[in-house]
Design a protein around this ligand. Sequence first.
Ligand SMILES: NC(=O)c1ccc[n+]([C@@H]2O[C@H](COP(=O)([O-])OP(=O)(O)OC[C@H]3O[C@@H](n4cnc5c(N)ncnc54)[C@H](O)[C@@H]3O)[C@@H](O)[C@H]2O)c1
Length: 353
Amino acid sequence: MIWTGLDIATAVTEALAKRPSSQSIYFLCSTDTESLCHELIHTAELGVDPKHIFTVPNGEIAKNLHTAETIFQWLQGSGAMRNALLINVGGGALCDVGGFCAATYMRGITYWNIPTTLLAMVDASVGGKNGINLGHHKNYIGTFQQPERVFVSPHWLNTLPHTELLSGWAEVIKHGVLSGGKQFQQILKPIPAVTDHQTWSGILTWNIKVKSRIVEADFTEQGERKLLNLGHTIGHALESWSHDQQSPIAHGNAVAWGLVLETALACTCAEAPQETEALYQSLKQLVQSLYPPIKYGNMDIPSLMEYIRADKKNQDESLLFSLAFTPGNCKYNCEISAETVVQILQDHVDDGH
Ligand SMILES: NC(=O)c1ccc[n+]([C@@H]2O[C@H](COP(=O)([O-])OP(=O)(O)OC[C@H]3O[C@@H](n4cnc5c(N)ncnc54)[C@H](O)[C@@H]3O)[C@@H](O)[C@H]2O)c1
């Protein structure tokens, strides 16, 4: 059940009142979201035992087995049994590690997500995929288990750094391309101020609907859910390559450029209508106006291709992409030859990336 609104404290209090009184509550947060979590507990007058609140490091660094073990030990040490409820308050990384721990502690306890970044609100907290990294391999360990409830409030965007807002906006762009119509028109407009809660409420609501509809149709990603990977094959390759270069680029920045390059791939498909070129041009213009360029050279293309070949969506030797042809008309499992991918990467070397 997904709640969207401003008065999150009341919504959480009301939802907690419906739970069995024997169910103990545990709050998981990160260093950056600790104060937000305490503010919520205080405003909602929840009177939580301080031992039932646990803080892990911020961001990606917490998505590993070590942090998961500290969470398991905290839950066990503070008496959490199978009927416990874990509430994750944080960004996508925190929701991922918290969801993973909830799904596996005592073979699964109930969890709720309270996402505090734009990316987590429109994407990571919804859909029941959770995971931790194994070394440099992202999301290699994880489960599919839906959170029982998700509480989404634009209020939490107030403290978010602009770079993190832009990172989440790349997923908003992706959802706009997936749905077409009014949503596509919205992504071409400027990003609203974080204080404009009314506009943000509308944006969060339609984004969650787009993701939820696809997840409901294909929970374990056998087909349609692959559409949510739009822009992510090349995006992840750019991101991983940048880490190898010791000059990491933000996830959203990589996904935004991934969307542009993958739409260039769509233009090469026999089935692409003439309008695909117009979509490519408008996405390129949009991404150029919002995100820093990603500079790679011809000599980086073999490394990028290695990451593209290792993408989980590929089958055997075929490179399979989710591609947008026109706003609202996207397809998954589109086979593209390695030569075409190399050509598109080469075409984009010298035009400001
Ligand atoms: N499970 C899924 O379906 C799914 C989908 C997309 C992404 N993800 C995962 O989500 C993660 C990325 O999530 P993210 O972009 O939220 O990054 P993040 O969780 O690393 O958060 C980014 C930074 O913002 C800080 N932060 C969080 N909320 C804040 C707030 N309100 N004010 C100020 N600072 C705040 C965090 O502490 C962190 O430093 C990745 O690990 C990715 O794999 C998962």
